[in-house]
Design a binder for this molecule. Structure first.
Ligand code: TPP
Ligand code: MG
Length: 702
């Protein structure tokens, strides 16, 4: 394995094989040095997988380091994100350029050697785990094991969809592959099973996972935890399963990837046998190589084993970047150049399609994206939130061709099916379909949704609000990655009464409200649903959670009460006492509880109690408003306040204060018809009115 770095003036040029080895050892030693310097990190896996990453990047991938967001590039996802030094090394050695949040290409490197020297330090472009949007060239934020591979399924769906919609005879505008590297942890996490099952069903032959079969995780050898026949498992999913018995054999790795390229009709799973900590004599094949620095002595011994100067630190021999430039650099530039020519001709021939691709890349909406959005007439019987949502979504999807999505086997209940002519289903053989059937796989659905958004589609995903718990880790990552993904959750409270406490969300609203960057809206009637969509579709860098009712909600008379356009401010005054009189009390509610506050408001008015009703579909949007607006909705001097929400009371003190009242849930609910539940748990106008009287110390008028 030795390859001695050569100075520029040495007489003998290196052979190709020596250059390969030099580049591989450079990835290894950069990783080792960075972890040692940071006094934290994961050296062992980069030492083992350097040959794989080298092969993929320098021999296989169509990726242009000068433009890491070129739309037709191959995607590389490092699902075992703890091995981030692999990515930082290869981004540095390939000279990958930085891009900013507006998708402008910048001059500076995505990851400099100085960043690597400052691995895991504040501000470094070489953080602990891969972070999308922070470091150019990172395709997905990874770290929570299993997420990256599940994202890659969404990316593969996206590629198939893009190719189907945009490619034309002689114009293969989209035709890229998606590679995900993963380890034992990824394979043990349930989300990878859901995602692999889905990918096999969908026959995604543009998808290749490479599994680092090193038999080691943190607690030691995996014979204590993970002894299944993983090849049989993936064969069972319908994947093409290959094995490379030696992670150092780059020719075999390349041949396996070649087989992937030739395999049609199924994804490929490559089992790569490797040795964690390869080259470190005392740590090789042990969990000690996983997550701590090797130690100065072991670092020297490993470098000696690689034939590397033992005292050199962060050494990058000139030949290494040159070798990458001659490999991925030349191949990527050529592929990208050919694509640019192709796309210029495509733009002439298919200008509308080219414009769509441009807009999608910049996360813009097409002209007329909100035309024909419905307005719902006042109606005391009303419309269910999910019903209104389905109508709006079907209009939007006709206006925005790249709005795609689906549900976890609940399309008919969540009403997200796209039913217009030509919408179609995304299935093997019909990759242009707009409806994705995720099956009962909420976690993979959410992770794949992130993969679709990372591919610049505008995705939605739906299930019952209670099952958001099964999707939560991916929603959190959507927020972290600032992806405009739309999570549509119906049955947002006790509306499905008889299903009982297992199906009645309680703490979900409070917990998602606590998530930074996630925009949560719980609209109170059909027109608020319309306004919620109108607002959130314009957000380019934020995921959205819509909590929608199962049951019909009265459509408020907007001639009598304020316009639903107030949704865009998060909360607004819906009803006030007549004649501009100052309210005695403020009632605040979201979703299904708003109309019962309106009823209570009318009841109280008849008794001479002046109340204001504030519809508050979104805390986060409201809190982004200027203080003057917030004070106009919730005047600080009106301290008698009641909040009503069919959910945990947690957090409402911030709006009602300690002297206010919250009508909410303290238990998990119960199984009974909705009306009975509303009575039992106090979600009735009379109870709201009674609480107000108590608060104001008034007696009920006879
Ligand atoms: C969801 C999740 N659980 C736990 C962890 C903590 N963790 C990081 S790496 C790791 C061990 C993973 O083993 P493996 O994937 O085999 O990695 P290797 O040591 O072989 O690189 C664990 C438990 C995590 N990152 N994500
Ligand atoms: Mg392992």
């Amino acid at each position: 394995m030795s390859a001695i770095p050569r100075s520029k003036n040495a007489p003998q040029p290196m052979t190709g094989a020596q250059l390969d080895q030099l580049a591989i050892n450079c990835i290894r030693t950069l990783s080792i040095d960075a972890v040692q310097q940071a006094k934290s990190g994961h050296p062992g896996t980069p030492m083992a997988l350097a040959p794989l990453v080298y092969t993929l990047w320098n021999r296989v991938m169509r990726f242009d380091p000068q433009d890491p967001i070129w739309p037709n590039r191959d995607r590389f996802v490092l699902s075992n994100g703890h091995a981030s030094m692999l990515l930082w090394s290869v981004l540095h050695l390939t000279g990958t350029r930085a891009v900013n949040a507006d998708y402008e290409r910048l001059g500076q490197p995505a990851v400099s050697l100085d960043d690597i020297r400052r691995f895991r330090q504040l501000g470094s472009k070489a953080p602990g785990h891969p972070e999308y949007r922070w470091v150019s060239g990172v395709e997905a934020t990874t770290g929570p094991l299993g997420q990256g591979v599940a994202n890659s399924v969404g990316m593969a769906i996206a590629e198939a969809w893009l190719a189907s919609r945009y490619n034309r005879p002689d114009f293969e505008v989209f035709g890229y592959d998606v590679y995900a590297v993963c380890g034992d942890g990824d394979m043990m996490e349930g989300v990878s099973s859901e995602a692999a099952s889905l990918a096999g069903h969908l026959a995604l032959d543009n998808l290749c996972w490479i599994y680092d079969n090193n038999h080691i995780s943190i607690d030691g050898n995996t014979h204590i935890t993970f002894t299944e026949d993983i090849a049989a498992r993936f064969l069972g999913y319908g994947w093409n399963v290959l094995r490379v018995g030696d992670a150092n054999d780059i020719d075999r790795i390349e041949s396996a990837i070649d087989i992937f390229h030739k395999t049609k009709g199924r994804p490929t799973f490559i089992i790569l046998d490797s040795h964690i900590g390869y080259g470190a004599p005392h740590k090789h094949d042990t969990s000690a190589a996983h997550g701590e620095p090797l130690g100065e002595d072991e670092v020297r011994l490993a470098k000696r084993a690689y034939g590397w100067p033992e005292d050199a630190k962060f050494l990058v021999p000139d030949e290494v970047p040159e070798h990458f430039a001659a490999g991925i650099g030349v191949r990527g530039a050529k592929a990208h150049g050919r694509w640019n020519d192709l796309f210029a001709a495509y733009r002439k021939k298919y200008p509308e399609l080219a414009t769509e691709i441009d807009q999608m890349q910049r996360r813009e909406l097409p002209a007329g994206w909100d035309r024909d959005l419905p307005t719902f007439p006042a109606d005391p019987k009303g419309v269910a939130g999910r019903e209104a949502s389905g109508k709006v979504l079907n209009v939007l999807a006709q206006n925005i061709p790249w709005l795609v999505g689906g549900s976890a086997d609940l399309a008919s209940s969540t009403k997200v099916a796209l039913k217009f002519d030509g919408a179609g289903d995304f299935e093997p053989g019909t990759p242009g379909g707009r409806n994705i059937h995720y099956g009962v796989r909420e976690h993979a659905m959410a992770a794949a949704t992130n993969g679709l958004a990372l591919s610049k589609l505008r995705p939605f995903a739906a299930t019952f609000f209670i099952f958001s718990d099964y999707a939560r880790p991916s929603i959190r990552l959507a927020a972290m990655m600032e992806l405009p993904a739309l999570f549509i959750f119906t049955h947002d409270a006790m509306g499905d009464g008889e299903d009982g406490p297992t199906h009645q969300p309680v703490e979900q609203l409070a917990s998602f409200r606590a998530e930074p960057g996630l925009v949560l809206l719980r609209p109170c009637d059909a027109n608020e649903v319309v306004e919620a969509y109108r607002h959130v579709m314009q957000l380019r860098h934020k995921p959205v959670l819509l909590a929608l009712s199962r049951q019909p909600l009265p459509t408020l008379d907007r001639a009598k009460y304020a316009s639903a356009a107030g949704v865009a401010r998060g909360a607004y005054v819906l009803a006030d006492p007549p004649g501009g009189a100052k309210p005695d009390v403020i009632l605040i509610a979201s979703g299904s509880e708003v109309s019962l506050c309106v009823d209570a408001h009318e009841e109280l008015a008849a008794e001479g109690i002046r109340s204001r009703v504030v519809s508050m579909p979104s805390w986060d949007i409201f809190e982004d408003q200027p203080p003057a607006y917030r004070d106009s909705v919730l005047p600080p001097d009106i301290t008698a306040r009641v909040a009503v929400e069919q959910a945990s009371t947690f957090g409402w003190e911030r709006y009602v204060g300690w002297s206010g009242r919250v009508i909410g849930m303290k238990t998990f609910g119960a199984s009974a018809p909705l009306k009975e539940l509303q009575r039992k748990f106090g979600f009735e106008p009379d109870r709201v009115a009674e609480t107000v009287r108590e608060l104001l110390g008034r007696r009920k008028a006879k």
